[in-house]
Design a protein around this ligand. Sequence first.
Ligand code: ZN
Length: 315
Amino acid sequence: MRAIGIDVGGTKVLGVVVDDGEVVAEHRVPTPTTGHALIASLVLVVRELRGVVADAAAVGIGLPGLVDRHGILRYAPNLPGVVELPVAREVAGALGLPVAVDNDATCALRAEHAMGAARAARDVVLVTLGTGIGAGLQMDGVVVRGANGFAGEAGHMVVEVDGIPCPCGRRGCWERYASGSGLGRRGREEGEAGRAPALVALAGGDPLAVRGEHVTVAARQGDEVALALVDEMADWTAVGLVNLLQLLDPGMFVVAGGLAEAADVLLGPVSAAYRRRAVSAEHRPPVDIVMAELGERAGAIGAAIFAATGAESAS
Ligand SMILES: [Zn+2]
């Protein structure tokens, strides 16, 4: 069955058409800043894709935040101004098509389990490291969504009491330290202090323009400041992964999201930090930390799979 899947990220809205496990069309637009504009963008992306593949009739949407079982985006810390947005109802009403909505990381998990890195796995934690951090959970072969559909908001687990302020309104959340945003923040701090000339150069000469990807690019080029920041970020990533290990006992971790594009510089440090921090590691079978195979498309592909196969059984 042909289905449309859309992933709403912190910076882009990415839509795909999936046909028998293959992506046959793709369209992307920047993520807008208001709920009204977000609905308009979602409708636009579907119309563009149906202009290419006219018979794609089921639509799935993955959203970054608290998505309830009625298709309402209740709260999205990294989409300021978007609250209590009835995404499923409004997009379905505009298009006249069925629309299924779920959390973006849960969608990525569905895709990686169906056709990516977690194909053979029964107990999986997928972590998206991007603008923020989300998690998709599968335990005993079943996707875990929680009482309201809100399970897996791992990015807002507090790892530093009274730490850095978070867009969620609290302090010390994991994603302030371990996401692409955390990496960019540390890069800007080092740049402003005059300690990171390579990062500032990559950002066009402005220390305040340094972002996470500048740090991973510089690390790949062997810049020592960037490599140290990656190590620091990897250690924070391991702190959260070990907390999830303690709670859930997964058989594998899959790392997805924007930072998965920098797997070559991140995976080694994250795995090393994880081994240092894992509790009672000598008494546990090793838990693989692997990169998502579907890259930045995982969430969109998973949303299409949800629309085509999973929406009814999961609702
Ligand atoms: Zn938070």
